[in-house]
Design a binder for this molecule. Structure first.
Ligand code: TXA
Ligand code: MG
Length: 307
């Protein structure tokens, strides 16, 4: 396990000022968004972006999401078509990432896109990420702030326990709201289900594609694995399992006692972190209905169970 004692500052002017200074001099900083905590660096600074990959231990072929303050800043980096403009107008700022053709003059380090001709863009809603974007005045590349193949962080301590002093500063603004990474859309295909469901999109989408069919890197099957074996669709704990319950199935921990999928999405990574930290050798999770937000939750749970 990484050194558990990085510098953590509560969200506020002092934290944003220090974070902006660190990013401007080429460091990376962990910052909450409304989905999960991100590990942010100047997207135009190749050395700084290399620092993200190094801190995460991430394979360098896996491209990063670029965060910008608003749609106008996004249009300076990528080519938008009518569909993309409709989505941006409806869901930004918010938990939607658009994969779009990169502009030649975007000034994004090629390490960010892993050499692809497209870039993944997102305008986050969270006050901390918005304040940081305003203070730095540059696009910020930010993957989830966890070691590669670890569980995405929804709280500052998740970042600290995963990355330790490999991240120089963590801005703590409590638990994230959505709890799952952003929905990624390319054209009319959902590349990654997320907080914005297929039914909420203004056009019919191609269902999100299977890992084997993905040409862009990054949708690795093991992307979200906890350290312990995980069993899905469990109706009761077996042996030494830590049961994460949901709805009528009561466990050591609960996603949502009332079966609310929004609450379950916000809690699922936190529950996996707690299960990993528990004294039990195995984890089991109750069934989650595969509708609406349940689709994104089940996507993450299947990845977590795939080892
Ligand atoms: O909610 C989120 O999206 C969080 C917060 C921090 O913004 N970020 C996040 O980033 O989940 P990351 O790096 O863990 O996941 C980015 C995903 C990867 O699956 C990557 O392969 C995909 O986006 N991606 C990035 N650029 C892409 C591109 N040009 N084409 C297709 N997929 C791309
Ligand atoms: Mg991630």
């Amino acid at each position: 396990m990484a050194d558990p004692n990085p510098r953590i500052l509560p969200y506020g002017m002092a934290a944003i000022a220090e974070a902006a200074m660190r990013i401007t001099r080429g460091e990376c900083v962990a910052v909450p968004t409304e989905t999960v905590y991100g590990l942010a660096a100047d997207a135009g600074n190749a050395d700084a972006v290399a620092g993200i990959y190094a801190a995460k231990g991430r394979p360098s072929f896996n491209p990063l999401i670029v965060h910008v303050a608003d749609a106008a800043a996004a249009e300076a980096l990528a080519m938008f078509d009518d569909d993309a403009r409709v989505l941006a107008a409806r869901f930004w700022p918010g938990p939607l990432t658009l994969v779009l053709p990169l502009r030649d003059d975007a000034g994004i380090a090629s390490l960010v896109t892993a050499g692809l001709a497209t870039v993944a863009l997102r305008v986050p809603r969270h006050r901390a990420m918005q304040a940081l974007l305003a203070a730095v005045g540059r696009p910020l590349a930010a993957p989830s702030a966890n070691a590669s193949n670890g569980i995405s962080p929804t709280r500052a301590w998740h970042v600290a326990s995963s990355l330790g002093i490999r991240v120089p500063l963590i801005i703590d603004d409590g638990a994230t709201d959505a709890g799952l990474e952003s929905t990624i859309v390319a054209g009319r295909t959902i590349l990654r289900p997320g907080p914005i469901t297929a039914a909420e999109l203004p056009f019919a989408t191609v269902p999100h594609i299977k890992e084997s069919a993905i040409t862009a890197p990054g949708q690795l099957a093991t992307h979200y694995a906890p350290a312990k074996p995980l069993r899905l669709n469990a109706t009761a704990a077996q042996g030494d399992e830590w049961l994460i319950g949901h709805g009528p199935i009561t466990g050591d921990d609960m996603l949502s006692a009332s079966g609310d999928l929004r609450e379950a999405a916000a809690r699922v990574f936190d529950a996996l972190h707690r299960a990993d930290a528990s004294d039990r050798a195995r984890i089991a999770v109750a069934p989650i209905p595969d509708v609406g937000l349940g689709e994104a939750i089940n996507d993450r749970l299947r990845r977590a169970a795939h080892r």
